[in-house]
Design a binder for this molecule. Structure first.
Ligand SMILES: Cc1cc2nc3c(=O)[nH]c(=O)nc-3n(C[C@H](O)[C@H](O)[C@H](O)COP(=O)(O)OP(=O)(O)OC[C@H]3O[C@@H](n4cnc5c(N)ncnc54)[C@H](O)[C@@H]3O)c2cc1C
Length: 472
């Protein structure tokens, strides 16, 4: 790759931010600079969430780590707002900016897989599905989330809870090393020996500490699985029985149970559309014949509307995303200790009361490998949480935002139990929620490291951890 050695004459850092012009930017970067004068601008500024509609001064589709260093340095010197984008799925729209510059990693998709030692170096512009498909060619895998278009950048830095969570832990539990450009413009190789404090912080601390350009993952031998989707009728008893079965199952099985109002999908009977169902996504990460036996108790809960569980190659779990799908959602993340009839009844009641297009309570039974990592080993500290729940309603009319936010807040308050933690990859800018993502001493450790690695809070478009001195 060409190394661009040009630099823009640095202004003396001043409190008044300035933004270089598109032509100045174009002279600096190996990657493409997309400004409002570019016909690709409208498409390039779109992010996953439909309610986020910001107009950056430019989107710099960086080509290499050198471009990342240059853009970070430029942002520090000029003071413009810098947004970092990998897959663009941030619910709060942290991957874009009004008037600032987007550092877009989607052009950096190099992937070096070493089948001999089952490791991979991956550039952070890859999506979960792209990584998984390529690793799958070698019968290897690392766990990400439930959606293929999510970027490996964002999901990894927040933790990563997906189809392999009980068998192989969080995404960060497979992270062996990373390359990160810090706020001072240095490209650092970090692992548990080199800058170990920073390596601890990026495993759950989100994008607060720098731009990750590459990750090194430990891969697992995983070719055929038993899994897919199971659509069941739903009652409070079916919900509690599903959760009990998921907790009793061997940790090869990870499940995601969506108690939801059925969308008009062809494989769900028309009379059920808009009514509650239980849509489960399941992966048995082991011998498919054994997996078939393990899922039998779930199939026996009720006559399924549709049973799509089968032996498959692991990458098949990521179905292609609908073209140009940009939903608006009111959502909350939480952890539950138990799901009894009381909680199950509440879930069914609330999803039917939502005035959104589709409402869902998503339940993920945790434990297994994720829970065996010591709480203090990474900045993700909810190792002992038992069940993750996401409450959401999808809507189409932006004018109804307050109505749906009120629904989700009330539902959240009614369902809350003693575990007050939250998963950072599903929180936005609410300070209390961000604090809840980092319990115990984790917050103090993170704010101290933020002061060390990013004292001016250059990386602030994220669930933000302020530098220690600013917290008093
Ligand atoms: C439909 C959907 C399904 C999801 N399912 C799951 C799931 O099953 N499990 C799960 O754990 N999470 C899930 N998530 C949450 C997801 O992990 C987070 O939204 C994640 O932050 C998205 O990453 P991204 O790279 O796509 O997003 P982006 O919007 O590009 O980035 C998200 C945040 O990370 C920062 N960031 C991204 N890349 C880098 C980088 N290389 N260096 C520094 N900072 C960076 C961004 O600045 C931003 O603050 C889901 C989200 C959606 C919208």
């Amino acid at each position: 790759m060409t190394k661009n050695t040009k630099t823009l004459k640095s202004p003396t850092p001043s409190p008044k931010p300035t933004t270089p012009s598109p032509s100045e930017l174009r002279a600096l970067f190996n990657g493409r600079v997309i400004a409002p004068d570019d016909p690709r601008y409208e498409q390039a500024r779109k992010v996953f969430v439909g309610s986020v509609d910001r107009r950056p001064a430019a989107i710099v589709r960086v080509a290499d780590a050198g471009d990342v260093v240059r853009l970070v340095s430029l942002a520090r010197e000029h003071g413009f707002e810098l947004a970092i984008r990998s897959g663009g799925h941030s619910g709060a729209g942290h991957c874009t900016t009004e008037g600032g510059i987007v550092l877009d990693l989607s052009g950096m998709k190099d992937l070096q897989i070493n089948p001999a030692d089952k490791t991979a170096w991956a550039e952070t512009g890859l999506t979960a599905a792209e990584f998984t498909a390529a690793a799958g060619q070698h019968g290897l895998a690392a766990g990400f989330g439930d959606t293929g278009s999510v970027g490996i950048g964002g999901i990894t830095l927040g933790g990563g809870i997906g189809f392999l969570v009980r068998k192989y832990g969080l995404t960060i539990d497979s992270l062996l090393a990373a390359e990160v450009v810090t706020a001072d413009g240095q490209l650092l190789h970090i692992d548990d020996k080199s800058h170990a404090d920073l390596f601890w912080a990026i495993r759950g601390g989100g994008g607060n500490f720098g731009v990750a350009t590459r990750f090194k993952f430990q891969l697992q031998a995983l070719d055929m699985i038993y899994g897919g989707m199971l659509f069941l009728p739903v009652t409070p008893d079916i919900i509690t029985a599903f959760i009990a079965a998921a907790q009793a199952a061997p940790e090869e099985l990870s499940t995601i149970a969506n108690v939801m109002t059925a969308p008009p999908m062809p494989f769900v009977p028309a009379e059920v559309h808009g009514k509650p169902i239980l849509m489960a996504m399941m992966v048995y990460a082991g011998d498919p014949a054994e997996g078939e036996k393990v899922v039998a108790p779930f199939r026996a809960l009720a006559a399924p509307y549709a049973d799509m569980l089968r032996p498959m190659h692991y990458p098949e779990m990521y179905m292609p995303d609908a073209e140009d799908y940009h939903p608006m959602a009111a959502n909350r993340t939480m952890f539950l200790e138990h799901v009894t009839r009381t909680e199950a009844e509440l879930m069914l009641d609330r999803i039917q009361r939502s005035r959104g297009m589709m409402a869902v309570t998503q339940l993920r039974v945790l434990g297994g490998a994720m829970a065996r990592v010591p709480v203090e080993a990474t900045a993700f500290a909810h190792r002992q949480s038992r069940i993750m729940a996401n409450l959401a309603t999808i809507y189409t009319n932006p004018a109804e935002k307050d109505l749906h936010e009120a629904w989700v807040s009330e539902f959240f308050a009614a369902l809350q139990q003693n575990d007050r933690g939250m998963y950072v990859n599903f929180v936005g800018d609410d300070r209390e929620q961000i604090r809840a993502a980092y319990p115990g001493g984790t917050w103090e450790r993170l704010t101290a490291l933020k002061a060390k690695y990013d004292p001016t809070n250059l990386f602030r478009l994220n669930p933000n951890i302020p530098p220690a001195a600013n917290t008093h």
